[in-house]
Design a protein around this ligand. Sequence first.
Ligand code: PEP
Length: 254
Amino acid sequence: MRKLLVAANWKMNGRLEQNRALLQSLKNNGLLELNHEVDVLIIPPACYLSQVSQELVGTQVKLGAQNICSWLQDGAFTGEMNAQMMVDLNVSHVLVGHSERRAFCAESDELVAEKTKACLVSGLVPLVCVGETLDEREQGLLQAVLSRQVLTVAKSLDEEALSKVVWAYEPVWAIGTGLTATPEQAQEVHAFIRSLLATVMGQVAADKLHILYGGSVKANNAVELFAQKDIDGGLIGGASLSASDFLGICNAAK
Ligand code: PEP
């Protein structure tokens, strides 16, 4: 039985006061009581990691980062941060390969694999995002795209490392659009991703992996999505900026 994980990706949103109010409201309205049933992860912009880390002291809520640089150790890389620096900030998870970074920062499958490895070497859990665009889906390329994205990462890792990766299926056409994959569509793709991973690590190990769904998840569609056999929680963008919406989604994961 895989315990569900619900992750809040704040993206490039928030200010000190706004973050404080959001976290207070989450804590006052049940976030902390959820913890024995659902794992919760908050992923703020890097500049607010320390603030959120402090606000979460004494709770079991986990802290995630939205990005790290890839293979680089300390050095002359202006504007970059590496995995070891995230460890210093109490980060446990790092988003890797989010479609916005693939699209806006030209992150390739190979770079996603490098970043995944860099996280694992530092003891961080990479949360690797994969998903097709609408165009790719309509052209019948769904399986080819996902195979390329998943297997480039999976085949670059040994089995022990691969067993620590968390995956997120995020159809690009569903992110921030209000469109959501139906539970059946999402389940079909999650099962496909798990079957791909089983070809690399075997079925028993693949069955232990978490595969989250992301793409316009709201409290009113989360129950059905999370009830699917191969959906192990959600990666939540827009709805994670409202305490009541996010708690509604977390409660759906209980
Ligand atoms: C995301 O950013 O990963 C995401 C799923 O966004 P949204 O929930 O807003 O579609």
